[in-house]
Design a protein around this ligand. Structure first.
Ligand code: NAP
Ligand code: MG
Length: 487
């Protein structure tokens, strides 16, 4: 096993292709940075088109000729469960690497990200032997049935906000269906994905089934998207990159699933349980340093309770402990990198200039690392940049409402449609809004409740297709219709 980097935790820094750890063909590496102190954690091999070529050939061979898609589906499921046993056995190390590379509090990686990742892979392991077609009553003397077959080689490009969890969301359905994978993790956070690949191999996932090529989007990412040997792209990240991917994949007609951003409305009515709504508003925006695609970044508060409710939310923000992600009392670590940090600070500036009131936060914390105070803006108007754009940081925009019809129009008045939440004790109102909000997920009296069995994805420019649940499998399957003349 090649070793590199000064931290003994970091054991995988090369490309993982066809079951081998290899340097980039160019010999290039890039630094991955600890966002808490801006120091280099490790040098990672920088894959590009030549390495992607090698990885796609391996994945292609593993799919077309290898045992994975051909083995008894039940055995695939068993190997996936064994993979999860290995993840569980290393949960502390994995959480530490995730926290070093991404900056999230290690307690969150340990108690949220990794358990959800394990649940996802186990959930799909259970599906492996339950993927079945149907018999169709066609006209005439024919037997007509459908088979559900793996789509082939999946190119998977993931972001840096939930590195382990995003790998699990992508690998779970791909492995269960018998697909093979070429994954590019985000340049900011390649380390846990490489460690997972190592564990997958230990668990018995055959060579070439999972290939990991760290590198940059415009080189490694684009090569995956354009490669004719890749059948499908699963992408999570920004809308801008998604548009490139749509254009660049057109030439080879790849299947696409895209999970993009949001500016999700979190709506609080005067008749809600206001204590739990305040908690939900707080976690809804600040979880993961605000770096969540489904962050409840537009908080709509009913006029009659506005001031007292905002006070509760501001109070929670003030109590949020920002600091060292390895300190067990820390609630919020640094933003993932300098670019994100600067983008967030510039939105905070814009909010102030546009006339919103910065009720708490708004400053950098310390002078080393990318820490930002939990920030709440009040008196935000719908047309302000902080109410329109995805900031992807701990910055909440509070908006007032009084009329319900007007509220629905305003809540839906964005190009996004990933998630929404409603807090009320009025059951009818909750269901009416759940129907009227144009979003892929609507939470009622809760926020950020995820389950591997429940589909997740976006309306409008928040994406194509769904991940998780049975719907998440469909994205990795082709339907084949077989018709047999009987008479
Ligand atoms: P991004 O550029 O969309 O990155 C996501 C992934 O796509 C990364 O692995 C990236 O590679 C790769 N990529 C970039 N350009 C590509 C291309 N031309 N072809 C193929 N792959 C490509 O997102 P970002 O720059 O990290 O973050 C920018 C903003 O995106 C954030 O501020 C946030 O608003 C949004 N975002 C959303 C999510 C989400 O969960 N929906 C997650 C992250 C970010 P690199 O490693 O080189 O970047
Ligand atoms: Mg990028």
């Amino acid at each position: 096993m090649p070793e590199s980097g000064s931290d003994p935790l970091i054991r995988q820094t090369q490309l993982f292709i066809d079951g081998q750890w290899v340097p980039a063909q160019s010999g290039k590496t890039f630094d991955t940075i600890n966002p808490s102190n801006e120091e280099v954690i490790a040098r990672v091999a920088e894959g590009d088109a030549d390495d992607v070529e090698h990885a796609v050939l391996a994945a292609r061979r593993a799919f077309d000729e290898g045992p994975w898609a051909r083995m008894d589906a039940r055995d695939r499921g068993k190997i996936m469960h064994r993979f999860c046993d290995f993840i569980e056995a290393e949960i502390d190390e994995l959480a530490a690497i995730e926290s070093l590379d991404n900056g999230k509090p290690v307690k969150d990686a340990r108690s949220v990200d990794i358990p959800l990742a394990i649940e996802c892979i186990r959930y799909y392991a259970g599906w492996a032997d339950k993927i079945q077609g149907s018999t169709i009553p066609v006209r005439g003397d024919f037997l007509c049935y459908t088979r559900r077959e793996p789509v082939g080689v999946a190119g998977q490009i993931i972001p840096w906000n939930f590195p382990i969890l995003m790998a699990a969301w992508k690998w779970g359905p791909a492995l269960a269906t018998g697909c093979t994978v070429v994954m590019k993790p985000a340049e900011q956070t390649p380390l846990t994905c490489l460690r997972l690949a190592y564990l997958a191999q230990q668990a018995g996932i055959p060579d070439g089934v999972i290939n990991v090529v760290p590198g940059f989007g415009p080189t490694a990412g684009a090569a995956i998207v354009q490669h004719p040997g890749v059948d499908k792209i699963a992408f999570t990240g920004s809308g801008e990159t998604a548009q490139h991917i749509i254009r660049q994949s057109a030439g080879t007609m790849k299947r696409l699933t895209l999970e993009l951003g949001g500016k999700s409305p979190n709506i609080v009515f005067a008749d809600a349980d206001l204590e739990s709504a305040a908690e939900g508003a707080h976690i809804g925006i600040h979880l993961n340093q605000g770096q969540c695609c489904c962050a409840g970044s537009r908080l709509f508060v009913e006029d009659s309770i506005h001031d007292s409710f905002v006070e509760k939310v501001v109070d929670l923000s003030r109590k949020r402990r920002v600091g060292d992600p390895f300190d067990p009392t820390t609630d919020q670590g640094p933003q993932v990198d300098r670019d994100q940090f600067e983008k967030i600070m510039s939105y905070i500036d814009k909010g102030k200039k546009d006339g919103a009131v910065c009720a708490t936060g708004g400053q950098r914390v310390g002078d080393r690392g990318f820490f930002v105070e939990p920030t709440v803006f009040t008196e935000v108007r719908d047309e302000m940049a902080i109410a329109q754009d995805e900031i992807f940081g701990p910055v909440l925009s509070v908006l007032r409402f009084s009329d319900m019809e007007e509220l629905v129009r305003r809540a839906n008045a964005t190009t996004y449609g990933l998630a929404a939440a409603v807090w009320t004790r009025d059951v009818s109102k909750a269901h009416i809004l759940a129907k009227q909000l144009r979003a892929g997920t609507v939470w009622v009296n809760c926020y950020d409740v995820f389950d591997a069995a429940a589909p997740f994805g976006g309306f409008k420019q928040s994406g194509f297709g769904r991940e998780l649940g049975q719907r998440g499998l469909d994205a990795y399957l082709e339907d084949k219709t077989v018709t047999v003349r009987l008479g």
